[in-house]
Design a protein around this ligand. Structure first.
Ligand SMILES: Nc1ncnc2c1ncn2[C@@H]1O[C@H](COP(=O)(O)OP(=O)(O)OP(=O)(O)O)[C@@H](O)[C@H]1O
Ligand SMILES: [Mg+2]
Length: 252
């Protein structure tokens, strides 16, 4: 389990676009925290900054007392994380079990042990033995998501990052995957950070949610408090999400 602190993080792009404009964020050990915000508000940039993929312009990110700026400890910092990518990012030319072992091999040199451990992870996410030697393209979207989750947990991370975990899935499969993520986070006892614009996902997964707008975290709290929190943007985001859901329900 890990504690994550964003301290006044800023990130600007060439044209003067200030995407992150002083992010303050404090994620407790073992918490399931959600970053909610509109398309283009900087959620993915925030994730890239957290993983050191994008350098910060200023500010700091601290994980368990290790600053992202401590070059000598960066591999120790990075080892704490595992990410479930939006598009799953499975390797097309590797079978499902090879995909999972590819992650696990980073921490274990014994191949047999690695395979057994990969099988355990695949069973844990609800996949059956018959799919282990298939290629990603031979699996449904929901099964691919399960396989990607198995790969993400194979390295036994302290922090799981979920980037738009239900996008591209139908509502029923999305719901099943959300349940699986929740159970996985709980059983592993890890800290989880989920990026989404989907209020329903947030309501289901979050201990707390932070709302991003104009480059800042404008509010942090529990999803059921959003409606009454007094922040105009948060209230509007909550209201609009529900209106969209009701409208789309009617169309169906
Ligand atoms: N490498 C880059 N160079 C220049 N601008 C960038 C770069 N990466 C992101 N941006 C800009 O930063 C802003 C935030 O992008 P980001 O991808 O973080 O949004 P997001 O909140 O993840 O959106 P979505 O919900 O659609 O995924 C956008 O205006 C985007 O164009
Ligand atoms: Mg994004």
């Amino acid at each position: 389990m890990s504690k994550i602190i964003f301290e006044n993080v800023r990130k600007e792009f060439g044209s003067g676009l200030q995407v992150l404009n002083g992010i303050q964020l404090d994620i407790a050990k073992g918490e399931s925290h959600i970053i909610l915000g509109q398309s283009g508000c900087g959620k993915s940039v925030l994730l890239k900054c957290l993983l050191g993929i994008m350098p910060l312009d200023s500010g700091d990110i601290d994980v368990d007392g290790i600053s992202i700026k401590e070059k000598k400890r960066f591999s120790e910092y990075l080892r704490k994380f595992s990410i479930l990518f939006q598009g799953n990012a499975l390797f097309d030319s590797m079978t499902i079990i090879e995909n999972v072992m590819f992650g696990a091999r980073l921490v274990a040199k014994d191949k047999e042990r690695c395979r057994r451990s990969a099988e355990e992870k695949l069973f844990a996410v609800g996949l059956e033995q018959r799919v282990f030697d298939l290629y990603p393209a031979e699996l449904s979207g929901g099964m691919q998501k399960r396989a990607a989750l198995a790969r993400a947990i194979a390295i036994e991370p302290e922090i799981l990052l979920f980037d738009e975990p239900t996008s591209g899935l139908d509502p029923i499969t999305g719901g099943i995957i959300c349940n699986l993520l929740k159970d996985t986070v709980r059983s592993l006892g890890v800290t989880a950070l989920t990026i989404t614009h989907d209020l329903k996902v947030a309501e289901f997964l979050a201990d707390r949610v932070s709302v991003l707008n104009n480059g800042k975290v404008v509010w942090t709290g529990k999803t059921h408090e959003m409606e009454i929190c007094g922040n105009e943007f948060v209230v509007e985001f909550h209201r609009a999400s529900n209106v969209i859901l009701k409208k789309s329900h009617r169309i169906i």
